[in-house]
Ligand binder design. Structure first.
Ligand code: ADP
Length: 623
């Protein structure tokens, strides 16, 4: 944030943004906020009880020294202290329990937003940049919404410290020195001096720290850059196994040496942050500590003088010094918190920019009728599509109707629009022009999740998780074992399943389970196909489903394709035209348009067509 903008920031805006952030946390996690509030109030107020009681004991020791009274005071002190310690322990335990998943809770706002976001935004690199930035704010200083918990806690601590301290300090100024040489100490001027020094300290000490912090806020972009390089270096060298082989073969650590050698990088010994810590940053922090000590000196002098002059007994000296110091600490904490509220604003703005990304995709309310006969007819009517920010048509004037229960192959060169066509079919994007109809009704009018439920898709870049095989197939925690096994066998995974130590209960990968199994790319592809079968939707879409399979497994899948897809409408994207022959119909894409449609035999007979050209280009490898 530029200095000019920062100056323009009104307090109303500061309160509005912080208030909004706080409401977001409180609405979702009221218990979390309470678990920060109650123990903090307990922590802040209970020392005053101790201060008060020990002042009474010292007073008794320095005064009448009544043994009975002393015994009584010590007993009360012991009981009260034991109760306070027990209360503190219980509250801390509760707080730790509620806060044990704090990171997850704070992450949840963003995860929910991502899950509910239109796919068009998920696909947007600017959104990724913003999300990454927010993650960096969180990990580097906990700025943004998560910071508000700390700010809230400190605000509560500051206010209660001030109130408690004032209650125990009032009598310092009201108790009068008896007539004599020191009556001058009764003059209100002394109260003024203490207050002036206190407010001077209170203003200066935290202001100096806030000034030191402001440097970090202003340079957050540089810090982010430093973090990125730093993480990149660690990931690169140390643990990203998917990079490790490349790094070793090409000796790519040499990239990083360039950055390590540059000692002026943000996080290096001669970098921006180290230089600041050694110079102005260090100066501000040290000056802040020194200013606070000066105030304590003035308080000591005033309280001791008044006690010396006989305004109160010796026991009260400890009480006044402790409580007035606490008032000062409380007020300086308050100033610091207020500074933090302001410093947090640029980070909050970025948080809200992310959380406020609107859902622009129209969400209809029609339900998709559940039918056993799979009679769902989808039609593209003059559909054209451009990716956001692009002026090139990825799809142009697409007109076609899916034949229910038939197998359709989609072929074409890279970049011809095949995947985009599928993404539009599944309503990950809406057409820029034209419309897609389901049983004669625009798909926008259907409830989004309902519409999605009629598709099972195996994307090329599908992902499996380190859960059990059965859970992966069912895409859920609970699953029907028999059904999962049938789907796996249909997808050609039967033999491997028989070798699995715990059948469908076997864990994939070793992230969560030492007995987990590693699987090959081809095996993963079969599991992904089984997952699509388990969902049992009327449409099944397979995007290059056999790319990672060996020729035997591939032949096996093709021979059983009819059995696999049963009476579903199947859409099959492939580069290998030989594998499209078993489909009823073939769509040929070129530069975003459907240039041909028909059976393999008909298309291959058209010597001037695109299909013939593609077929011949591949056929030479088979002859
Ligand atoms: P295919 O699946 O046939 O290889 P795609 O449907 O992936 O082709 O791509 C069609 C066109 O759309 C290509 O020109 C590609 O560069 C472009 N494209 C694909 N994805 C995006 C995207 N997320 N943003 C912008 N352009 C894209």
């Amino acid at each position: 944030m530029k200095e000019k903008d920062e100056k323009k920031l009104s307090w109303k805006e500061v309160c509005r943004l912080n208030g909004r952030g706080f409401r977001i946390i409180y609405k979702r996690y009221p218990k979390l906020v309470l678990s920060r509030f109650v123990p903090m109030v307990w922590d802040v107020l209970t020392p005053y009880i101790s201060i008060y009681l020990s002042a009474r004991i010292i007073g008794e020791l320095a005064g009448t020294r009544d043994v009975g009274r002393l015994r009584e005071l010590v007993l009360i002190t012991l009981c009260v202290e034991a109760f306070l310690a027990l209360g503190k322990a219980l509250l801390t335990k509760w707080k730790n329990y509620v806060n044990s998943t704090l990171f997850l809770m704070m992450d949840q706002f963003y995860v929910d937003k991502l899950l509910g976001m239109d796919f068009i935004d998920i696909d947007d690199s600017k959104m990724h940049e913003l999300y990454y930035k927010i993650q960096q704010f969180h990990s580097g200083g906990n700025w943004g919404i998560p910071r508000l918990l700390k700010i809230f806690e400190e605000l509560v601590a500051a206010l209660f410290t001030i109130v408690g301290g004032i209650v125990l300090t009032v009598s310092l100024f009201t108790s009068r020195v008896p007539e004599g040489a020191y009556t001058v100490l009764n003059h209100p001027l002394f109260l003024l001096v203490v207050l002036v020094v206190m407010f001077g300290t209170i203003y200066l000490a935290p202001a100096l720290i806030t000034k030191a912090d402001r440097f970090w806020v202003k340079n957050s972009d540089k810090r982010m850059e430093g973090n990125r390089l730093f993480c990149f270096k660690l990931d690169f060298m140390a643990y990203k196994t998917d990079l490790a082989a490349d790094v070793r073969i090409y000796r790519q650590e040499r990239f990083m040496k360039k950055y390590s050698a540059d000692k002026t990088g943000p996080f290096y010994s001669n970098g921006l942050f180290a230089r600041y810590a050694a110079r102005m940053g260090g100066f501000y922090n040290a000056s802040s500590a020194a200013v606070s000590v000066a105030f304590t000196g003035v308080v000591y002098a005033f309280v001791c003088l008044k006690a010396w002059a006989g305004a109160f007994a010796i026991g009260e000296v400890t009480q006044y010094i402790a409580s007035i110091t606490k008032v000062s600490t409380g007020v300086s904490m308050l100033v610091r918190v207020v500074g933090d509220l302001r410093n947090n604003v640029p980070f909050l703005k970025e948080n809200f920019r992310f959380l406020d990304i609107p859902n622009t995709m129209y969400q209809g309310s029609l339900t998709v009728e559940k039918r056993k006969d799979c009679n769902y007819e989808v039609e593209f009517k003059d559909v054209s599509f451009r990716y956001p920010g692009s002026d090139v048509w990825a799809l142009r004037n697409i007109n076609m109707k899916f034949r229910i229960g038939k197998r359709l192959a989609v072929v074409g060169r890279n970049g011809s629009g095949k995947t985009t066509f599928i993404k539009l079919l599944c309503r990950l994007y809406d057409p820029t022009e034209g419309e897609i109809l389901l049983n004669g009704i625009n798909i926008r009018k259907y409830n989004y999740l309902d519409y999605m439920s009629i598709f099972s898709v195996v994307f090329q870049d599908f992902k499996l998780f380190a859960f059990s095989l059965g859970q992966n197939v069912a895409a859920g925690v609970d699953y029907d074992k028999e059904r999962a096994e049938t789907c796996l066998i249909k997808a050609g995974f039967g033999e491997r399943l028989a070798m699995m130590p715990e059948g469908t209960e076997t864990y994939l990968y070793r992230d969560f389970c030492d007995n987990g199994v590693d699987i090959s790319g081809g095996e993963a592809q079969k599991i992904a196909i089984a997952r699509a079968l388990y969902k049992d939707s009327p449409f099944i879409v397979l995007d290059e489903p056999t790319a990672a399979l060996d020729p035997v497994a591939e032949a096996e899948i093709y021979s059983k394709f009819g059995e696999i897809v049963e009476d579903k409408t199947a859409i099959y994207i492939s580069h290998r035209l030989s594998s499209c022959r078993f489909c009823d119909d073939i769509l040929v894409f070129d530069e975003g348009r459907i240039v041909q449609q028909g059976s393999h035999d008909r298309l291959v007979a058209d010597g001037g067509g695109k299909y013939y050209e593609l077929w011949n280009a591949q056929a030479q490898y088979y002859t």
